[in-house]
Design a protein. Structure first.
Length: 220
């Protein structure tokens, strides 16, 4: 579904997809980056490998952590659509991200995630009462492709030079590269070995344009 189709049905298809998804799952994921000059070539390759069509997005992301006394800390991500009407700007996606599975032989990152939706114009006050500490925030703008259950996200990351101010004069590119994420979600207790191999095999088809890696992002 492209953006015009989604707008035409009032986002009903997206809402139906969200409600049909399990709120708790295992996420298999790989990370990479691509230079801006190579982005058109990568998009053409994805057009050939993925399902027909793609979806653009523009979102505001905030990452929080909760100290647990163990390593790594619990991560909570808040996400909302960026630069839209006031109702949608107060509708947030909560994502709890658990620590990675300690499987050194697995070719991808495997982690538990829990997703939920909340609406509040006092969200920052709410997260403070939970004892969460904001680590960073950013604006992501990009495109999503799918290949069956796999999802490919390419995004340009911007940061604000002044916290709480998101007008264009305060937003600066984090780098000249684009972030690439390839992921798939499985039921919470499902065996993931076969899906991990499929994800790795798909990612290898994007070489040499982008090298997808099992990044140790949780190590500080």
């Amino acid at each position: 579904m492209d953006k015009s189709d989604e707008d035409a049905d009032g986002g009903q298809s997206t809402k139906a997809a969200l409600t049909s998804m399990p709120y708790q799952c295992q996420e298999l994921i790989l990370y990479g980056s691509v230079f801006a000059d190579n982005l058109p070539d990568l998009e053409r390759r994805l057009t050939g490998l993925c399902d027909p069509g793609s979806t653009e997005f523009h979102e505001h992301d905030l990452s929080f952590s909760l100290r647990t006394g163990t390593d790594p800390d619990v991560t909570i991500r808040l996400r909302r659509r960026f630069n839209v009407d006031s109702f949608t700007s107060h509708q947030w996606q909560f994502r709890y991200i658990g620590g990675p599975e300690p499987d050194q032989k697995c070719p991808v990152i495997v982690r538990k995630v829990i997703d939920s939706i909340a609406y509040s114009h006092l969200m920052m006050d709410f997260v403070k009462t939970l004892g969460l500490r904001m680590d960073y925030e950013y604006i992501a703008k990009g495109t999503v492709w799918t290949n069956g259950k796999m999802k490919v996200v390419i995004s340009q990351i911007q940061r604000t030079e002044k916290a709480g101010h998101y007008d264009q004069s305060n937003l600066k590119r984090f780098s000249d590269s684009y972030l690439v994420e390839i992921s798939v979600c499985l039921p919470d207790s499902a065996e993931y070995t076969a899906a991990a191999k499929q994800l790795r095999d798909f990612a290898d088809q994007l070489l040499p344009l982008v090298e997808m890696e099992k990044v140790d992002y949780w190590r500080k």
